[in-house]
Design a binder for this molecule. Structure first.
Ligand SMILES: Cc1ncc(C[n+]2csc(CCOP(=O)(O)OP(=O)(O)O)c2C)c(N)n1
Length: 659
């Protein structure tokens, strides 16, 4: 059936029976692609019928569908003319793993971070009303994403405004792991109810028939009415804030879905359609382990085994060390914004269930909560991915930094993460944290240094940022030396007279690799592991630059306001003369998806590019030195000649005078 579907027109012609066959074909196709390329599996398998029904009932691109997070948009992409290209999913220059407006006009809004869809949909609906158009606007949001503050802010606005729009709540009871929170408690009550289309209307009518006589009586009766409603219809939360609630509906029944979607299309004002789906639907292994197959590396379809050996990564080292530290210090607690697996906290939760807090997809709250805990004497560790820390920037400044509170902010997935692309790349954190007063910012060169930094952070008793990358240590360089961590002290890993290479975090091993190749070319590089972006070790760096007069900086962050900028500021402030500096970092642009190694090469951050560049600059430097030396020799010769001539002239004058 999938072979016959090349456009939405083809889809719309199918009978329900054929759409069911199509759904199975799409599942197989997604399984093939994700098992090859990696990607978000379980969420996509869960929305196959929902997407078919939506694309059948709504008329995209005139009607607007906004996919929250967007990780579940594969079915949509397959149905909207990108079936063949999906084989390039998440590859360099291939189809992105999230909606992209530049890929298709049916992707009406870019997403990637959670909980944005209702705001965007409301914005489009308001624009439609102002322009006097009539199209539908739909936000599709998961129960996980509904725990995010931005979604709740948007519900609050949309319900009150009465704007015509639809929110489809795709409820699979899962965020990445089991969903939690008060909203989830509300949804679990709703899940067990039968569909409210007719029944809700009749219950409402019944309640409205309770007579209200006399003013003092009104309030009492209203309160009674309200509690009766709450008892019978937990959907009242949505209705009370201004939404018309429909559902719950079986999210794998295309016929029923289409029927309900058609109703939503006809209704005025904001509507919330509650759809129940199963994460991983149709692939037993994912149904049984939806968290493991939420996002996966390439795997074997038969066994579900992930291909290739899984190496130890920074998140795991972080999680293990935190358990060790927490055993010694009862004040240590851990907070996650719905990412306990990704950030390595799974075992911490088992070991210390009372000191572990999964607070939903709510990064702002995570940091605000940590600030409160720190103020009251606890030591909160808050591991959040770099790109998601963007959400909590104000909380870092307002709640943590201004009050100088000892919150330990662990920035996981710092730097380029690869296939998830521009919304998930973590190249900005050094830049945006560097300008916040009171923050100490560190990045480890390897696992051992991460452990040392975590231990050290506790002793500081003020806000600390520790950033570390996705994946594991370098497999080319191992570090034997680990100097004790001291505030604002860099580590000189290798002494040299020709060039200073200053790096931080993951790129320190690259600096070592480059220095090794340079050595083969008789160039002695001094390698400095900066360790601290803030406070920067000005003394060590100045001494090195004064010696070599040629410095390169390497970092997996943006070129603006990172390590390179800090070193340049230092050179200017200290008025260091005749210094050549070249900074390697990501440029001032959003970095698209692709393998990390490919992206590093494109942006000249790979070992070879830096090495070749360095060789060239060093050659220029030597030529300049030689020229200067030659110039100096010539100057000396000229001076000597002048002196001789002067002497002769003096002699002549003396002779004349004597005569
Ligand atoms: C701001 C932000 N924090 C964290 C994430 C990581 N993340 C991606 S999907 C997801 C769970 C989403 O759950 P839900 O909305 O229920 O969708 P489902 O995958 O269950 O369909 C999380 C936490 C994110 N994308 N954005």
């Amino acid at each position: 059936m999938l072979e016959k579907i090349n456009s939405l027109e083809d889809l719309k012609k199918l009978s329900i029976k054929d759409k069911k066959i199509l759904a199975e074909d799409i599942r197989k196709y997604i399984l093939e692609i994700v098992s090859e390329n990696g990607g978000h599996l379980a969420s996509n398998l869960g929305v196959v019928e929902l997407t078919i029904a939506m694309e059948s009932v709504f008329n995209v691109p005139e009607d607007k569908i906004i996919w929250d997070v967007g990780h579940q948009s594969y079915v949509h992409k397959i149905l909207t003319g990108r079936k063949e290209q999906m084989k390039t999913l998440r590859k360099l220059n291939g189809i992105a793993g999230f909606p992209k407006t530049n890929e298709s006009e049916t992707d009406c809004f870019n997403t990637g971070h959670s909980s944005t869809s209702i705001s965007a949909a409301l914005g489009m609906a308001r624009a439609r009303d102002i322009e006097g158009k009539n199209n539908s606007v739909v936000a599709v949001i998961g129960d996980g994403a509904l725990t995010g503050g931005m979604a709740l802010e948007a519900l609050n606005d949309a319900g009150y405004s009465g704007t015509r729009m639809t929110v489809i709540l795709n409820d699979n009871e899962m965020s990445i792991s089991k969903n939690i929170g008060g909203m989830n408690m509300l949804l679990s009550k709703l899940r067990t109810k039968r569909t409210y289309t007719k029944s809700s209307v009749s219950i409402k009518n019944m309640i409205n028939k309770i007579p209200v006589v006399g003013k003092p009586f009104v309030k009492v009766v209203q309160r009674v009415k309200r509690s009766i409603k709450q008892l019978i219809i937990p959907k009242m939360f949505f209705e009370d804030i201004g939404f018309r609630y429909l559902g719950p509906v079986d999210g794998h029944n295309i016929e029923e879905l289409e029927r309900m979607l058609k109703i939503t299309k006809e209704l005025d004002g904001p509507v919330l359609l509650h759809v129940l789906t199963k994460k991983g639907k149709g692939y037993k292994i994912a149904e049984e382990n939806p968290d493991k197959y939420h996002a996966t590396s390439p795997f074997d379809i038969e066994t579900g085994e992930v291909k290739g050996k899984k190496k130890k990564d920074y998140s795991k080292v972080f999680g293990e060390k935190l358990i060790e530290l927490a055993k010694k210090n009862k004040n240590i607690v851990a907070i996650t914004a719905s990412m306990k697996d990704g950030t390595g906290l799974k075992d911490f939760q088992k070991e210390f269930p009372n000191r572990f807090f999964d607070i939903g997809i709510a990064e702002q709250h995570a940091v605000g909560l940590a600030a409160g805990m720190a103020k009251a004497g606890l030591i909160p560790f808050v591991p959040i991915y770099s790109s998601f820390y963007q959400r909590a920037y104000d909380q870092v400044i307002h709640d943590v930094a201004i009050q100088n509170l000892p919150v330990i902010m662990c920035v996981d997935r710092a730097g380029i993460v690869g296939a998830d692309g521009e919304t998930h790349q973590g190249e900005f954190d050094m830049a945006f944290f560097r300008l916040v007063p009171n923050l100490t910012i560190m990045a480890p060169k390897d696992f051992k240094e991460l452990e040392d930094m975590m231990e050290y952070a506790i002793t500081l008793k003020r806000p600390v940022v520790i950033r570390y990358p996705r994946g594991g240590e370098s497999n080319k360089i191992t570090f034997d030396k680990h100097e004790k961590i001291k505030l604002g002290k860099a580590e000189v890993l290798k002494e040299g007279k020709d060039i200073s290479i200053i790096a931080i975090g993951k790129t320190v091993s690259r600096a070592m690799e480059i220095s090794n190749i340079l050595k083969e070319n008789k160039i002695e590089a001094e390698v400095i592991n900066a360790r601290f972006l803030k406070p920067l070790d000005k003394e060590t760096i100045t001494n090195s630059i004064e010696k070599t007069k040629f410095v390169i900086t390497i970092e997996d962050g943006t070129i603006i306001n990172g390590l390179g900028t800090a070193v340049k500021e230092l050179i200017v402030d200290k008025e260091l003369k005749d210094v050549k500096i070249k900074s390697y970092a990501y440029p001032d642009e959003f970095i698209k998806h692709g393998a990390v190694e490919e992206l590093e090469e494109i942006y000249h951050l790979d070992t070879n590019s830096i090495y070749e560049d360095t060789l060239e600059i060093n050659k220029q430097k030597q030529e300049k030195n030689q020229k200067e030396e030659k110039g100096q020799v010539k100057d000396k010769e000229n001076k000597n000649r002048e002196q001789e001539e002067n002497k002769e002239e003096e002699k002549k004058q003396e002779e004349i005078q004597r005569k």
